[in-house]
Design a protein around this ligand. Structure first.
Ligand code: JHZ
Length: 411
């Protein structure tokens, strides 16, 4: 690990830590039989968050090598959520229409995962190129006809493409700007690769929502950064780019911004309003984050109390969603297999493994039909609506859902 002494965005040493979640295992390092047999093999890393008083970029204070995170230990496949697939398809269709994309255009996606997004362009006859260092996901994308480079993107990769005469009409970067330890190299790469009148769209959960909704579980080592419109604006301007628009999706990953970025400076009224709203809410000031740690403690203790009471009353509890955020929640709250017995998930690549640190086995959702628990803790609470609708049989048979964020409650 590398301890951070200066902001990774602007280089300022003026970093103020505001939350310490202790030492946690890597959130997507699902555990196999080797670690179960010898728990000492499981690594834990410090997880704390700081605010840069100069450029207001929120960031974790120590880096884990991205290779360890996204190549050695990554079983997240984007295609297991219908909501995300619909969201991505709508985005692709809008881009095809608004940018008049055709067989001579090029759409590049950074962190293209299993091809969940680019496949929409391929079907419409628009050429694409994906970048993703995760081997299984890159292979899955290639299998469905999405050309994918199995590598991290950065300035070097962008320059090499430019030397080959390749430029992008559209660059899509969803849930990746937070996932790279050097955002300047990444944004500089996008600036080089983007054609003069091209468009970059970047999606990431909003730090405003994270704090407001007390979504501390979305903090883990894969997420080096937690962005606001204010911090994104400063970051892209450092590389000659401009933040020109923002769309907001309150129900995606607990509140997601989609930023529109380009070479020209042509901000919409919407983005100017949003920047102003962030300033007015204090997102750019340390005070906004100052009481976050005590609010997190409150959620932790309420959840622990609820689970302990349910167990004492003889109710069996399992969890839904072997999500990365689930690993933070289980470990930070200290929810062991005595409180939550197992975790169900639709992602078959996760079955047979165990949750990091707390070691609940991960099984298929058919268990809920065959041998349902009394209560299901929704670790993937960001998909609560989708999951609760899918599990209507479970609810009809008397099962209850425990939604942990923003305030733990049984529904
Ligand atoms: P999910 C992911 O985080 C990965 P995670 C990543 N780190 C990131 O940045 C954020 O998203 C934004 C399963 N599931 O997506 C699939 C079902 O089983 O909330 C997943 O394993 N049935 C890049 O991992 C998990 O739940 C369903 O119906 O915290 C959800 O994980 C649905 C909808 C999901 O994010």
């Amino acid at each position: 690990m590398t301890a951070i002494v200066a902001c990774r965005g602007c280089g300022s040493p003026d970093l103020s830590a505001f939350l310490d979640l202790g030492r946690t295992p890597l959130a997507d390092a699902l555990v196999g039989d080797d670690v179960l047999a010898n728990p000492a093999l499981e690594e834990r890393f410090p997880l704390a968050v700081a605010f840069c008083r100069k450029c207001c970029l929120v960031q974790i204070t120590e880096d884990v090598d991205p290779h360890k995170l996204f190549v050695d230990n990554y079983l997240y496949f984007s295609s297991f959520s219908d909501q995300l697939l619909d969201h991505s398809r709508n985005h692709a269709m809008n881009l095809i229409e608004s940018r008049r994309l055709s067989g001579t255009s090029l759409v590049v996606e950074l962190a293209s995962n299993d091809g969940y997004m680019l496949k929409n362009f391929v079907e419409a006859g628009v050429p694409v190129l994906g970048f993703d260092p995760a081997p299984d996901q890159a292979e899955a994308a290639r299998r469905i006809g999405v050309p994918t480079r199995e590598e991290f993107f950065g300035l070097g990769a962008a320059r090499a493409l430019r030397e080959d005469g390749v430029g992008a009409d559209v660059i899509i970067a969803n849930n990746v700007l937070a996932h790279i330890p050097d955002p300047n190299d990444f944004v500089a790469g996008m600036a080089v690769l983007l054609d003069d009148d091209g468009l970059i769209t970047v999606e990431n959960p909003s730090v405003w929502d994270l704090v407001d909704r007390c979504a501390f579980d979305t903090i883990y080592h894969e997420h080096y950064f937690y962005y606001s419109c204010l911090s994104v604006k400063l970051l892209v301007e450092r590389h000659g780019l401009h933040l020109n628009d923002v769309e907001y999706f309150p129900h995606l990953h607990g509140g997601t911004n989609r930023w529109h970025i380009g070479h020209r400076d042509e901000p919409t009224a919407r983005v100017l309003e949003r920047l102003e709203a962030e300033r007015a809410a204090g997102i750019g000031e340390f005070d906004f984050y100052a009481d976050f740690a005590s609010r997190v403690s409150e959620v932790r203790s309420r959840l622990m109390t609820l689970l302990t009471e349910l167990t004492a009353d003889g109710e069996s509890v399992a969890a839904y969603g072997a999500a990365a955020k689930g690993a933070t929640l289980l470990n930070v709250v200290g929810i062991d297999t005595g409180l939550v017995k197992y975790v169900v998930d639709r992602n078959v690549h996760k079955h047979g493994r165990h949750m990091p640190g707390t070691h609940q086995p991960i099984v298929g959702t058919e268990v809920l039909r065959d041998d349902p628990p009394d209560v299901l803790l929704l670790l993937a609470w960001n998909f609560a609506t989708e999951i609760i609708a899918q599990q209507s049989d479970f609810a009809e048979r008397g099962g209850r859902f425990l939604v942990p964020i923003p305030i733990p409650e049984l529904v």
